[in-house]
Design a protein around this ligand. Structure first.
Ligand SMILES: Nc1ncnc2c1ncn2[C@@H]1O[C@H](COP(=O)(O)OP(=O)(O)OP(=O)(O)O)[C@@H](O)[C@H]1O
Length: 373
């Protein structure tokens, strides 16, 4: 265990929550260092909010241990935990002005009036809401509400910051702006931050590390690039990436030059260990590693373009082979026409291999850089 985390950060250990007979969190543990943002990523209903509530001390049902800055707060109430929280529905006090909303955690600590004023003004200026401080929440735009909620979470310089999908209810432009501004704000706050989102791009933009929560289990805990390049299971692969990873059923065989798979009528050599030889497997191919050609090429398969969708400056093509197999490919540039014939070739230098029985990642291609290292 990283000693900086144990001494100064957040340490949640074996958190378990059940509602009636249904266990929602299964002994989840995580540790976050001061100044670090851990993104908690997972599908709807996977237990993200339940975990934040347990850490915040808001859930009497939860068992396990929570340590904050070296202090065991397991039996402390929410107010005794030095935690700032911001939720997706803003949760502002409707009868108070934005200024009073932001000031509320400082008032609870009975700080002198002048200090409260100074701190509220400073954080409001930073979040560009100093001109709306006199207004009540109903007179604020969603973006201003969201900044007010963030200001309230940050104003008391909490050691721990919990943010439950705070950008879910704001428009695309503001979400984009905040995605760029938040890392600076979070670094400045120097809190151990847990940030919940269902959006993998947001997770990649904000997380120093990402914990993927599925059905109440953390199934992967890695830095963002690693989660993207090598999702730990088929379930993670399906959630992480847009368009998602292609998963092609295959049965690898081992030869002298490596592992071979036969897919789309092609014999592909994979530069990876032979753990899955002879077993049912799924070959993971990123859509951007499918090369597309307008004319027949050696080692390429003919396919019809079944559908075309523009996405983030790229075009995503759904390709269908004569045998009826489908694969997604993405490319930059002009989209070929739906119904036309093209040729595609899977590039295997970033290929992944999953065990069909367990759904777990069992092999990844050794890239040129790794081989050189
Ligand atoms: N008070 C409660 N009583 C009973 N079940 C609950 C309660 N709170 C949450 N649950 C259940 O726990 C599971 C996890 O809920 P949670 O709100 O943590 O999901 P989530 O991952 O935050 O989802 P979302 O991304 O949609 O907010 C869900 O199945 C939910 O129905």
């Amino acid at each position: 265990m990283n000693t900086a985390i144990t001494k100064n950060g957040l340490h949640a250990q074996a958190i378990r929550t059940a509602f009636g007979k249904t266990t929602v969190l299964h002994d989840v543990s995580l540790a976050v260092a001061p100044g670090e943002t851990l993104v908690l990523f997972g599908p709807s209903g996977s237990g993200k909010t339940v975990l934040l509530r347990a850490i915040a001390g808001l859930d009497p049902n939860a068992t396990g241990h929570v340590t904050i800055a070296g202090r065991d707060v397991t039996t402390a109430g929410p107010e005794g935990r030095s935690i700032g929280v911001a939720f997706q529905n803003f949760a502002l006090y409707p009868h108070m002005s934005a200024r009073e909303n932001i000031a509320s955690p400082l008032r609870a600590r009975k700080l002198p009036e002048r200090e409260i004023d100074e701190k509220v003004s400073a954080i409001a200026k930073l979040l560009k809401i100093d001109h709306v401080l006199a207004q009540q929440p109903r007179a604020l735009s969603n973006g201003q509400k969201q900044r007010t909620a963030l200001a309230r979470a940050l104003v008391g310089s909490p050691k721990i910051l919990l943010m439950d999908d705070p950008l879910r209810n704001v428009d695309a432009k503001l979400r984009y702006e905040m995605r760029m501004e938040l890392p600076r704000l979070l670094r400045r706050a120097n809190a151990a931050a847990v940030y919940v989102t269902q959006d993998y791009r947001e997770a990649m933009a904000l997380g120093d590390r990402i914990a993927v929560l599925i059905d109440g289990h953390i199934v992967q805990l890695d830095d963002p690039e690693r989660v993207y390049a090598a999702p730990a299971s088929v379930a993670v692969a399906r959630l992480f990436g847009d368009p998602p990873l292609n998963l092609v059923p295959c049965r690898p065989t081992l030869a002298n030059d490596g592992l071979h798979v036969s897919v789309f009528g092609l014999d592909l050599t994979l530069s990876m260990a032979g753990a899955l030889a002879g077993r049912e497997a799924m070959l993971g191919l990123r859509p951007d590693s499918i090369a597309i050609f307008a004319d027949p090429q050696p080692g390429a398969v003919a396919a019809t373009i079944a559908a075309v969708t523009p996405l983030h400056g790229k075009v995503v093509l759904l390709l269908r082979t004569q045998a009826g197999d489908e694969i997604l490919a993405s490319q930059v540039g002009r989209a070929p026409e739906t119904g036309s014939t093209i040729w595609f070739r899977p590039e295997t230098d970033t290929a992944l291999l999953y065990d069909t029985e367990t759904g777990l990642l069992a092999g990844e291609a050794r890239t040129a850089t790794e081989e050189a290292a």
